[in-house]
Design a protein around this ligand. Structure first.
Ligand code: T46
Length: 130
């Protein structure tokens, strides 16, 4: 898996700016943006894969850790800078944990929210991979 992306920081004496363009910096169009924050201590989120959804996650503040599992390989990535993102491709089991108190995890998604796109059972995920 090659799922970590580093975006260009445009810095001047006022601070920094990062731009992420759909179908250019990331390989999909964006239909939804959501963000996760105020995460309680020791919480682990995710525990699912998506049939079709593609996503990019960026910690715009604070830090958290991603576990990505494509059925063959597991990868652990720490997001701790707003110019680094993790691509969550379809059919990749993912879990997020070790959130800092101030973490704001922003996610850009290729489609609207559809509960039937979620695979929430790990054995079913493995079976679907064939
Ligand atoms: C993912 C990881 C990275 C909505 O109503 N609309 C939405 O767009 C989303 C994302 C969620 N919800 C509802 C569904 C649940 O009742 O918000 C509640 C919490 O969602 P969930 O338990 O799925 O949250 P996470 O953190 O486990 O997973 C989320 C995304 O759902 C998921 O697609 O890949 O972040």
């Amino acid at each position: 898996m090659k799922d970590s992306l580093v975006f260009k920081e445009i810095k001047d004496n006022r601070g920094a700016l990062v731009a992420i363009e759909a179908e250019k910096d990331i390989p999909f169009g964006i239909k939804r943006v959501y963000y996760i924050y105020g995460t309680a201590e020791k919480v682990r989120r995710g525990y699912h894969a998506h049939h079709e959804l593609q996503q990019l996650a960026v910690c715009v503040k604070g830090a958290c850790t991603f576990l990505l599992d494509d059925g063959n390989k597991k990868e652990i990535l720490r997001l701790e800078t707003p110019n680094k993102g993790v691509l969550i491709n379809k059919m990749v089991w993912h879990e997020m944990y070790d959130f800092t108190d101030d973490c704001v995890l922003m996610v850009l998604a290729s489609d609207h929210y559809k509960e039937d796109d979620y695979i929430r059972d790990y054995d079913e995920f493995v079976d679907l991979l064939g």
